[in-house]
Design a protein around this ligand. Structure first.
Ligand code: CU
Length: 147
């Protein structure tokens, strides 16, 4: 009897960590790392499609940064990123996000991220503030959004 109990305890000691790490691994497995390059005067891609929980990385690029302007309801705007530094962001709310490069917002250096294929807030995004050439650019990016 005592032996049997010890056996069960022993099995649990092995099984619990296996279950826990399986859950952990499957969580890691579904989130990806995606990159947006900061080129001369634009982001690439200008529209990034991601899934909830993906990590988005803007590798450092001289003279550029990332400043979020709008996103879906419940999204609180992060502090704008430092110039010449890599910026990482995990977006957990489905919807369209809009950001620009602080020094180049007037020349059309803006980007959109669509999380979870959800474009239900695209009208709010198209009404968000835009400066100079970014007004036209924002309208054209909104037009390109996939349903
Ligand atoms: Cu820039």
């Amino acid at each position: 009897m005592g032996n049997k109990m010890n056996n069960i305890k022993l099995k649990l000691m092995f099984l619990i960590p296996i279950f826990a790490s399986t859950i952990l691994l499957s969580k890691i497995g579904i989130s990806e790392e995606l990159q947006v390059e900061m080129l001369e005067m634009s982001y690439s891609p200008e529209i990034l499609y991601s899934e909830v929980g993906d990590k988005i990385i803007w590798p450092k690029s001289k003279g550029h940064n990332v400043e979020f302007i709008a996103g879906p309801a419940g999204f609180s705007l992060p502090k704008r990123s430092k110039m010449n530094k890599q910026f990482d962001m995990v977006l957990d709310i489905p919807g369209v996000y809009y950001y620009w490069c602080t020094p180049h917002k007037g020349t059309g250096m803006i980007g959109l991220i669509v999380v979870g294929k959800d474009i239900s807030n695209k009208n709010e995004i198209s009404n968000a503030k835009a400066v100079g050439k970014s007004k036209k650019k924002l309208a054209s990016l909104i037009e390109k959004l996939n349903d």
